[in-house]
Design a protein around this ligand. Sequence first.
Ligand SMILES: [Fe+2]
Ligand SMILES: [Fe+2]
Length: 336
Amino acid sequence: MYSNSMFYRDIDSHFSIDIGDKPYKILQLTDLHFGFGILSKKQDELGMDAVTKLIDRTTPDLIILTGDSIFPFIFKSGTRNNIKQAKKLVKFMDDFQIPYAFLFGNHDIEMGSKGNKNEICDIITNGKYSIFDKGVKELTGEGNYIIKLVNKDNLIMALVILDSNMYRDGWFYSGFDCIHSEQTDWCMSELSKLKKQNNDLKALAFFHMPLPEFKQAYEKMKLGDKSVEYNFGNIGEGNDYFGISKYNPDFFEKALENDVIKGMFCGHDHLNTLSLTYKGIMMTYGMSIDFLGYKGIRKKYTQRGGTLITINQDSSFQVSPVPLTTVVSKLVRGIK
Ligand SMILES: [Fe+2]
Ligand SMILES: [Fe+2]
């Protein structure tokens, strides 16, 4: 676990970081899909180079990995050993000496992988720069927690980190799962409590899978609905695909009622880079890293990069995509 005089755990599932007087920079990185196996050596090298270049360029205060960081899919990576993968990920991230938060995607522990979520949690928690908490035991998923950004006694922003789970009933063909209602309720209740400390509190939520409302907003925008604000990016997946759950999560609806969360950041659909604002909530697909997961992805590059979120003292925030093409030109095309 990260250790620093400006960082502490105050209550269960809550961390605080004193960010001082300066704007605070978060780099969202998603879908690294590191294989660390015999079949993925080249792709891992490209992925690690890309991550390194993005971190060097953006010099973030905090990195948030929004799922599918490791990929224990034997036909692509040559290993099912996600324990070894998680250890290598932690070593790689620790070397930057920048704190990083982690959440689960649908691939980190699937496909008959060696380690279960609990074991991976322990490895991540042991990272020297990692900020991670398994969260409340009774909740679905592992790694539901809150990072509060403070300046002395002032609460500036809450970062909500959630596990959007994998497949309903643990079975790939049952379709993508989602944030469960009791996770939503926990999150909104924590935010309501925090609001007592700062009535104008804002929060940003980070999870792996996009919400159905993201797709709805996109479809409305395409029909010319001016209530949806386009920020940047596009839908690069074929047939306007959004990897959403069919189980109708209530997270967006409850976030609207609760009125604290103003930004939501996901990954999962590697070719989607869209950012929209719908009903006052900005929804953003982080630019992805993947050189291994999708067929032919190594040579596709316009989706590749990171997402920089700058948080100001007045709780306002700006989000900008950092395409890898703006950082380095050769690596993104899969040429080394
Ligand atoms: Fe992924
Ligand atoms: Fe995914």
